[in-house]
Design a protein around this ligand. Structure first.
Ligand SMILES: [Fe+2]
Ligand SMILES: [Fe+2]
Length: 338
């Protein structure tokens, strides 16, 4: 059989694909097809070798037979999807013949797509091509996100009074989120949002940010703009949940906050959580203009502000969590790590 090379888009031309199969008669035709299509192909003959190759070679996609020695294809897929470093690599499971149970099992372990033997050339190239394109888009988003996270860390470094603040509020917010029943993916988003909530302070003059005395009206307005600046910086991430936390983490339950004066349930839940834990952390740490309060004093302030600054449905469980010793404080750091 003669195969014409298939023209690939430039961005896909050097994508690397790991093909995992213990049967050479299966491996060779796939390898030939993908190589002809312009991909770099690496291979593995069993589950353990597959995991090793992923670690060493960082492929852009894994094409995985399920019946392989040492670890099954399902186990390999589950491990890749359970590891933060590899979960975004698309995994295509190859099954023969197509049995419903196999597809269900594949979805359970996080497979991105399925191919049935015998593999048709056009279908193989089309599926692989679209998954790799999606992965590339995802990679650029992850790079962008890392750049913004670095910016958030730079903001924290600019202000010695907020050292460790991002880590602590991320810890408080996710713990409270878990307590009130947010899903695991919402907790993860909350953690990211907490880390980014003050990134807009990069646009605030240091003379204002670090001013030890009271602020003028103009200076306070300038500080307040960090919510909108942060939202603008993070808008390319395109994640509404995160953008809402950044924009609205200084709203008050009674509507007297900023930037939009939202009240009650108009304020997104995650932003209400952030407003609460952000204030608690600010109260318990020194500021240029005052010393930090002990935990008990800070909790009293939270209690007094229920219904004014804070939502009772969040403040009460959070106060309980702090009082029950849910967070351990060692040298200003709090645990457990989340
Ligand atoms: Fe803020
Ligand atoms: Fe903050």
């Amino acid at each position: 059989m003669t195969l014409e090379p298939i023209k690939m888009a430039q961005s896909e031309s050097r994508a690397k694909i790991l093909v995992v199969d213990d049967a050479p008669q299966n491996l060779r035709p796939i390898q030939a097809l993908l190589t002809l299509s312009g991909y770099e192909v690496i291979t593995a003959c069993d589950g353990e070798e597959a995991l090793l190759k992923v670690e060493q070679e960082s492929p852009d996609l894994v094409l995985l037979d399920v019946m392989i020695p040492k670890l099954t294809g399902y186990e390999v897929c589950a491990r890749l999807k359970g590891d933060e470093r590899t979960r975004l690599i698309p995994v295509v499971i190859v099954i023969s013949p197509p049995i419903k149970e196999q597809i269900v099992r594949g979805f359970e372990v996080g497979a991105d797509d399925f191919l049935h033997r015998p593999l048709g050339r056009a279908e193989l190239v089309a599926r692989v091509g679209s998954l790799i394109q999606a992965k590339r888009l995802n990679d650029s988003l992850v790079n962008l996100e890392n750049a913004i996270l670095a910016l958030a860390a730079a903001v924290e470094a600019k202000d010695p009074y907020t050292e460790g603040h991002l880590k602590r509020v991320a810890n408080y917010a996710t713990s409270l989120g878990k307590e009130i029943g947010l899903s695991y993916s919402e907790q993860r988003l909350l953690k990211k949002a907490a880390t980014l909530h003050d990134v807009g302070k990069i646009g605030i003059r240091e003379s204002v940010l670090l001013k030890p005395g009271p602020l003028t009206d103009e200076e306070f307005d300038h500080i307040k703009s960090h919510c909108v600046i942060g939202e603008r910086i993070c808008s390319p991430l395109g994640d509404r949940f995160i953008l809402e936390v950044i924009r609205h983490h200084h709203e008050r339950y009674d509507g007297r906050g900023y930037p939009d004066g939202l009240a009650g349930s108009e304020i997104p839940l995650a932003a209400r959580i952030m407003a609460l834990v952000d204030t608690y952390d600010a109260l318990t740490h020194d500021r240029p203009y005052r010393r930090g309060f002990p935990h008990e004093g800070a909790l009293n302030i939270l209690r007094n502000e229920i219904g004014r600054q804070f939502d009772a449905a969040l403040a009460l469980p959070f106060i309980d969590m702090v009082e029950s010793g849910c967070f351990q404080f060692v040298d200003g750091e709090c645990s457990p790590e989340v």
